[in-house]
Design a protein around this ligand. Structure first.
Ligand SMILES: [Zn+2]
Ligand SMILES: [Zn+2]
Length: 350
């Protein structure tokens, strides 16, 4: 089979690898659709230590090719997806409810970090009884693939804002994860959603997904603009969806007393510790809370997201700005890295 790999740091290639065989608890999926993620770009840049030759990717779905001896309830040929995070659902971390931290910090993130990723013609789903998600017949694969990471991560960012109906929120950056957070905040009942973004097609999509106010940071400090629009108060919650020190600090500055900061940005490329501005943090006593998280996995999570897509609450495929055949995945990856041509999310078809 063909697999999209990182031969060594800074490089990508398509190489031949053997089709994986299922262990007792695994299912092997024949890939039909996948999305390229900015996380892969970070990984190739060296932000995450991974083995040379590892297959990239963690947002893919397809049809069941082979089923491990201990896995029941699935049939060959069935259309299925798997979350980017594939916890065991058995260890103590999982049993306490923190499945993304399975076995230890970030341990639920197995694809690319601990095993081959799934940007390949076939891939392994570990702990398949818990992680494999049948795709309802009335959802397209093009839509379902957004549940693998973008919607699951973005919704988590919104969930960690602990909104009361009518609360106000800001989302810093409207890439696919930030846009998904905007969808989540809208569904959870935010009265006003400030979307901080300067790229026109992202601003437009953000409005379509429920943002009430677009804050263009190229026209002045985003925090000041949001304060001005809220009579100096700021917002109840802020989502960091970029992974930059400045936007992190902006989240602390833009929230009012009692505010919640929800971090979903990846800060691995910043060599310095993140700063907490003490004035915005009330010298440590502002009643603000910070919640960080990693995309939750598991079939139940996936089914909840599928249910929202099925009922037409939003259309995730609007985030697909480009489509590539798998043989051209390298072109999609380069465009994602260089943020060319208004790219938001490139879909890869097999
Ligand atoms: Zn991803
Ligand atoms: Zn576990």
């Amino acid at each position: 089979m063909k697999a999209f790999v990182m031969p060594e740091g800074g490089q990508t290639d398509i190489v031949e690898k053997p089709i994986p065989q299922p262990g007792p608890n695994d299912v092997i999926v024949k890939t039909t659709h996948a999305l390229i993620c900015t996380s892969d770009v970070h990984t190739v840049k060296g932000a995450l230590p991974v083995a040379n030759g590892v297959t990239l990717g963690h947002e893919a779905l397809g049809v069941i090719h082979a089923i491990g001896s201990a896995v029941t309830g699935f049939t060959e040929g069935q259309r299925v997806a798997v979350n980017a995070v594939t916890p065991c659902f058995e260890c103590r971390y999982c049993q306490t409810g923190y499945t993304s931290q399975c076995g230890g910090p970030l341990g639920g993130y197995q694809y690319t970090a601990q095993r081959d990723g799934n940007m390949a013609e076939y891939f392994v789903v570990p702990h398949a009884k818990a992680n494999l998600a049948p795709i309802p017949d009335d959802i397209s694969s093009e839509a379902a693939v957004y549940a693998c990471d973008m919607l699951s991560t973005g919704f988590m960012g919104a969930e960690h804002c602990y909104l009361r109906l009518g609360d106000t929120a800001a989302v810093f950056a409207q890439g696919a994860v930030g846009l998904s957070a905007t969808i989540g905040l809208s569904l959870l009942g935010a009265s006003r959603i400030f979307a901080v973004e300067s790229v026109p097609n992202r601003q437009e999509l953000s409005k379509a997904y429920g943002a009430t106010d677009i804050i263009d940071f190229s026209e002045g400090d985003a925090v000041e603009q949001i304060r001005e629009a809220t009579d100096g108060e700021g917002v109840d919650a802020a989502v960091e969806a970029l992974g930059f020190p400045q936007t992190w600090e902006s989240c602390l500055r833009v929230t009012k007393a009692g505010g919640r900061v929800s971090n979903i940005g990846y800060h691995g490329e910043n060599p310095n510790p993140l700063q907490v501005p003490l004035d915005a943090f009330g010298l440590g006593m502002a009643d603000k809370s910070i919640h960080s998280g990693l995309c939750p996995g598991g079939n139940d999570r996936m089914q909840r997201i599928f249910a929202l897509i099925r009922t037409g609450r939003f259309d995730p495929t609007r985030m697909t700005t480009h489509t590539f055949a798998f043989d051209d995945v390298g072109d999609g990856f380069r465009m994602m890295r260089d943020k060319e041509d208004g790219i938001i999310k490139p879909l890869i078809t097999f």
